[in-house]
Ligand binder design. Sequence first.
Ligand code: GDP
Length: 296
Amino acid sequence: MATALTDKFSRLVKQMSGQARITETNVQDMMREVRMALLEADVALPVVRDFVNRVKDKAMGEEVLGSLKPGQALVGIVNRELAATMGEGVSDINLNAQPPAVVLMAGLQGAGKTTTTAKLAKHLIEKRKKKVLTVSGDVYRPAAIEQLKTVTKQAGAEWFPSTPDQKPLDIARAALDHARRHYFDVLLVDTAGRLAIDEVLMEEIKTLHGALNPVETLFVVDAMQGQDAVNTAKAFKEALPLTGIILTKMDGDSRGGAALSVRQITGVPIKFAGTSEKIDGLEVFDAERHAGRILG
Ligand code: GDP
């Protein structure tokens, strides 16, 4: 992993590896580099502070002090803590519910909800052998409903029609009823987003949540949003009992610091990463690999 770290960081590691003992000054220097790397990756400041303090506490403990190679030990702690904070292990979509299992997609407009809904449909069909229905509750943008129809077809799933003159709640109820009567395993509900958080949007999605009782409520967030992702995550976390995160546009050139921020703020696992605009551009989120990218 050491190769993935910044040059300065690696130099410090080398310096420290030659030393029999690690000093508080060494740790401080290393932590400064870690802090810089995280800020460069666009991790939100309070999250950076928290993270650095946790690593410092661990580093000043036995783990590093008693180690033969303190530099490497410290890098190990940073990487492990980063991966652990972003979640370890694979966590697929939870379908542990009386079918149809409802999955509610939440997030700002442009985050990638509609695209991701279709990607998830394809994943559930191909990897989990499920019968999947999608529906759009975005009555404000007729184009969004059409978009979901198109991508749902590409995914090989079925699409439940909705129109802009309907109420989102009525659409959701009708779709759920249809899914029940036609023995669908999963109902994926795409929702309306706004360019920024707004009260009406939040009330609407809360109502949808209450009526649908979803087994998964997924927060879809654009990795390129960087620090702004924190405020969005906070607002959605306050409005809804989120169960997971999908980080989109990971193919972009961001260092992906949003992952750490969003995970820390919401406390729920990052389940998938969007890696292209295409329907198959969805990967199970790999926290360890992502830790390497953040420290880049
Ligand atoms: P929504 O408003 O949240 O439903 O967002 P959309 O699904 O319409 O996506 C907004 C834009 O982001 C579209 O141009 C998508 O093709 C694009 N997009 C979504 N996910 C990804 C991704 O993982 N990578 C890339 N490169 N583009 C994505």
